[in-house]
Design a protein around this ligand. Structure first.
Ligand code: UDX
Length: 423
């Protein structure tokens, strides 16, 4: 078992920390937010992530997991130092590495030969830049790129049983140490740092493009009168394609796809390379959310003081995260256009002008249109007869093709799905 430091207690860092402590490693987490550290020390999990809270409390009780606001204290006993810090989009779309580089500078005098592992999604060439930065201070720490592929909502399960692991570094022995650290039973791509960094962007770019393909097929289905469910089912049964990430919806969001797509476009552009397919996916995604809002506006065109019920604010089900959420964006666009938006989400929330309601049914009170924007399974359990009674209008716009067509129809409501004939 190893001594591990994790710097940054976000989705990636905290999941890694509790997972590694559960495996028996001694983990110290450095986190700048003092309130978050206080909560974590008390066993209060700041993330809505299945299983992470339980392993947090288990790690605290076993003594394998400790938290500190001092990054330098966090690395004192460590053999391996994982950086899981935010790399948000800068105004020009590039990844903002200022937090990461500030921490690298802070740790440089304290690292010695400890292995520094970059977990954050960082532009290709960052490993090289961090290495040069460390060497300039005389710090000999090897730098390894080990991108994380976990999804929000299933973070712990994804971390504990990944499809694969990617480790990039210049020293094959250290690469092997990192690959073996968590004893994961999966294929390992051991490679150079640049290739490891690019795998992460390539994955997110490919999946984002794939989601937009499904959305474009859905648009085609609507104008042609075909059914997207049959189309993506058939498409996904071709083993060369596979069934995942073909679910049409209001577009992709979250903390990774939009940010990483922009960062990859910026990276290509900085080397004089266009990436038209990815650029189109980003553009079409933004336009899609606008178009969804337009469609709802058209439905309330003739109504005075229109009211829309919005089911879902999170960027997908299983998370309370609303970063770049299509659901939230559509709600905001409707509110900007004078619609009263009554929202309900089991976990996520929003600020004015969106009104937050206590339940899914409460959100439909007096609504002209119900928009289903996040695919929370509990929405399928709501009594649609109650909804029909509460609503002023009778249109349900299901942007996730979540609800049961027959139930909607039986309740006397009209359903408009994505890529499906209206009923
Ligand atoms: C993603 C990557 O999957 C993960 O590997 C990486 O580490 C971080 O980014 P996450 O942001 O948690 O994970 O969300 P994900 O489940 O991948 O969904 C991304 C977006 O695509 C969401 O807005 C989701 O609603 C949308 N999506 C996904 C679809 O619209 N249709 C699909 O079929 C799949």
């Amino acid at each position: 078992m190893a001594e591990i430091a994790v710097i940054g207690a976000g989705y990636v860092g905290l999941t890694l920390a509790v997972g590694a402590a559960n495996m028996g490693h001694d983990v110290t987490v450095g986190e700048a937010d003092a309130d978050r550290v206080a909560d974590l020390r008390k066993g209060r999990c700041p993330l809505f992530e299945a299983g992470v809270g339980d392993l947090l409390r288990e790690g605290l009780a076993s003594g394998h997991l400790t938290f500190t606001t001092s990054n330098t204290d966090a690395v004192t006993a460590a053999e391996f130092v994982f950086l899981s810090l935010p790399t948000p989009s800068a105004a020009d779309g590039s990844a903002d590495l200022s937090t990461l580089m500030t921490v690298v500078d802070e740790l440089a005098p304290h690292l010695g030969k400890r292995v520094l592992v970059l977990k954050s999604t960082v532009p290709v060439g960052t490993n090289r830049d961090v290495t040069e930065r460390l060497r300039a201070t005389g710090c000999p720490a090897p730098v390894i790129s080990n991108p994380e592929f976990l999804r929000e909502g299933t973070a712990l399960a994804d971390f504990m049983s990944p499809d694969h692991v990617v480790v990039g570094g210049d020293d094959p022995e250290i690469v092997a140490q990192i690959a073996d650290l968590f004893n994961l039973d999966c294929p390992v791509t051991a490679t150079d740092p640049m290739s490891a960094e690019l795998v992460k962007y390539a994955t997110n770019a490919y999946l984002a493009t794939r989601v937009m393909m499904a959305n474009s097929f859905a648009d085609l289905c609507e104008v042609l009168g075909a059914d997207i469910v049959a189309v993506t089912t058939g498409l996904g049964r071709d083993h060369r394609i596979g069934p995942h990430f073909l679910q049409p919806g209001p577009g992709f969001g979250g903390s990774c796809f939009p940010k990483d797509a922009r960062a990859l476009l910026d990276l290509g552009a900085s080397h004089g390379l266009d990436f038209p397919i990815l650029a189109a996916a980003v553009e079409v995604n933004a336009a899609r959310q606008e178009r969804m809002a337009d469609q709802v506006m058209a439905a309330v065109d003739s109504v005075d003081n229109p009211v829309v019920a919005l089911w879902g604010l999170a960027f997908k089900a299983g998370t309370d995260d609303t970063r770049e959420s299509p659901a939230l964006r559509i709600g905001e666009m409707l509110a900007e256009r004078g619609v009263t938006v009554q929202a309900y989400d089991p976990e996520a929330t929003a600020a004015d002008p969106i009104e937050i309601c206590e339940s899914a049914v409460a959100a439909t009170d007096g609504a002209d249109v119900l928009v289903v924007a996040t695919e929370w399974p509990e929405f399928t359990e709501v009594d649609m007869v109650e909804v029909a009674t509460a609503m002023r209008g009778d249109l349900v716009v299901d942007l996730r093709n979540l609800l049961d067509t027959e139930q909607i129809r039986a309740a006397g409501l009209h359903l408009r799905g994505v890529g499906k004939p209206s009923s």
